[in-house]
Design a binder for this molecule. Structure first.
Ligand code: ADP
Ligand code: MG
Length: 565
């Protein structure tokens, strides 16, 4: 009680904000409106960084990327009904990627429920398909414990999305401060280790392998297992292959990285150890013809239900990747072993890498205009700062870009991911830039977008300019989806994959005060990129015109082109 005898009151909005802060949640992305504006204001007041976005989908992508990058969930704050519906895309994407995320949705007043209230929708039920946990606190007093549970659920076990519903009448309702008990910050996720007999068996299977391969997935990146996995690779001299977002856990230029011989490595390995990578479409389900029919898989994963999906593994190691890798290292410390560096397997892999790299270079050096993808990425790679974040999406843009653009640091590549979601790029770039700003000022974010992918969340350029984030957007522009057409063909028949030819996307950036460049030659690309990297006071967008019919080089497995990740 205060000295004047009146009770001290606190609003539901402030309780939500304080409960999040107490759980060490530091970033909130959203769009304000009835009934959540007060929650955003209260969040800012308690020191949570609030970032106003232009579409809930992008806000949700950004919040989920913060979770992946920091290991602590970001919040996506949305209004009722349509606001929440727009965020479902981001929730689904986060859940598929196994990234922690908290979505907080305002909802209509409880007293008007089922009456056709403004933006009324069964939000808790709607979120269930897209989350690990979805609930509405029964009272303002219950908000802190529900938020603690949501945060804890989002990071314990297999990470994922959680939803908390806050009815409009909670937001401004005042309750006595003494009635609110904030839960202590939840403990860090418990670390689980694999059964020791399974660890022994795994070590023995690896020792007896003729053509071994380690596959490093984004689960290993999330688990911060870079040090132990690198030790295993170097101590046992094993070849490794990163998945798209596993890139950088060990640098792409490490001599044991066989990324440039990806198909070959998967196809002929006899023992494959999976560190946080599911045998889904990205890894061709672990099945022939992409693999040997009798390949032995050793699966390392924190999620028991994942083990044995699509193939029957030789050994399953249920536990935290970092802890399990250390268990494996102990085995190899006890009885040291190295895979012979002069083996036939290494020779096969090295030869394939060499010929693939030569082929990419040959395409990159083609002088014809408009440029092809390889020329564009080759020139980007030349200037890419080693420590930058690389965000990428688009069909060919992402697939080809990944083979040329190198990652040297873990958790520094973000792309369309498990769900193959287009539209994630700008939200991911915004999240990366904010995390960089707080942890490592001066670090830059390069966001490589196809022209179609850019369109999904294009208005977030305004957000980038409003917060003046150090992001360089590269729009690889082929006038369309997969492939575009020239102006004449477009006028004649407007094929479905066509976008307006010769669009000046750089003007979107100029409109909000950033720098824009329109480039058609390698020289123009080099110059604009150099200028963009040098001037960190402003974001920029480089619109790169390429041959509308450009594609990737011929693939060994052309019948599965979209799975060539
Ligand atoms: P990629 O797309 O790179 O192949 P996936 O998203 O398919 O990776 O797989 C990531 C896997 O990592 C998931 O199955 C998830 O359960 C697992 N995972 C996440 N965090 C951990 C952890 N700390 N320890 C072990 N496994 C983890
Ligand atoms: Mg395109």
């Amino acid at each position: 009680e205060r000295s004047d005898g009146r009770e001290r009151l606190v609003s539901g909005a402030k309780v939500v904000a304080q409960a999040l802060k107490t759980q060490d949640v530091n970033y909130m992305f959203g769009i304000v409106g009835i009934p959540v504006t007060e929650i955003a204001l209260a969040a800012q007041e308690v020191g949570i960084r609030y970032i106003g976005m232009r579409n809930e989908q992008a806000a949700c992508y950004a919040a989920s990327a913060v979770g992946y990058l920091t290991g602590r969930p970001g919040v996506c704050l949305v209004v009722s009904g349509p606001g929440l519906i727009h965020a479902l895309g981001g929730m689904a994407n986060a859940n598929m990627n196994c990234w922690p995320l908290i979505v907080i949705g305002g909802s209509s007043e409880r007293s008007q429920e089922t009456m056709g209230a403004f933006q009324e929708f069964p939000q808790v039920e709607a979120c269930r398909l897209y989350s690990k946990f979805s609930a509405r606190p029964s009272s303002i007093e219950a908000i802190p414990s529900i938020i603690e549970k949501a945060v804890r659920s989002s990071i314990y076990g297999r990470p994922g999305a959680c939803y908390v519903d806050i009815p409009a009448d909670f937001v401004n309702l005042q309750v006595n401060v003494n009635a609110i008990r904030y839960m202590e910050c939840c403990m860090p996720p418990p670390v689980s280790m694999a059964e020791s007999s399974a660890v022994c068996m795994a070590a023995s299977v690896i020792r007896n392998a003729k053509q071994p391969l380690l596959v490093i997935g984004k689960g290993a990146a999330y688990a911060r297992a870079e040090e132990s996995i690198r030790k295993l690779v170097e101590q046992c001299k094993l070849p490794f292959l990163p998945t798209p977002m596993g890139k950088g856990v060990i640098p792409d230029n490490h001599p044991n990285c066989v990324g440039a011989a990806r198909s070959r490595a998967l196809q002929f390995a006899d023992v494959i150890v999976l560190f946080g990578a599911r045998l889904n479409w990205i890894l061709h389900f672990g099945l022939p013809p992409r693999y040997q029919p009798d390949v032995k898989f050793i699966q390392v994963d924190i999620c028991a239900e994942e083990l044995g999906n699509n193939v029957r593994p030789a050994v399953t190691l249920l536990g935290d990747i970092n802890a399990v890798t250390k268990q494996l290292l102990e085995q190899f410390d006890k009885t040291p072993w190295q895979y012979p560096p002069e083996s036939k397997w290494w020779k096969i892999l090295r030869e394939k890498m060499k010929s693939n790299e030569a082929l990419s270079k040959e395409l990159a050096f083609k002088k014809s205009l408009p440029m092809n993808y390889y020329t564009v990425f080759y020139h980007i790679q030349e200037q890419l700062p080693r420590d930058c974040f690389v965000v990428s999406e688009g069909a060919n843009t992402m697939d080809i870009g990944r083979t040329v653009l190198q990652n040297y640091l873990p958790r520094h590549r973000l792309d369309a991911g498990t769900f193959g979601t287009m539209g994630v790029g700008l939200g991911f770039a915004i999240a990366s830039a904010l995390v960089a700003k707080d942890r490592n000022p001066g670090q830059q974010v390069i966001c490589v977008e196809g022209d179609s992918a850019f369109g999904f969340s294009g208005m977030e350029v305004e957000t980038i300019c409003r917060y003046n984030l150090p992001i360089i957007l590269l729009v690889v522009n082929n006038n369309g989806i997969y492939q575009g057409f020239d102006t004449d063909t477009w006028k004649e028949m407007a094929p479905p994959m066509c976008l307006l030819p010769h669009s000046h996307y750089e003007h979107v950036m100029i409109a909000f005060g950033g720098k824009g460049y329109f480039v058609q030659t390698p020289e123009e690309l080099q110059k604009s990129l150099r200028q963009s990297l040098a001037d960190t006071t402003k974001p920029s967008l480089i619109n790169i015109m390429i041959e509308p019919q450009a594609t990737r080089k011929a693939q060994d497995f052309h019948w599965l082109t979209r799975s060539n990740m």
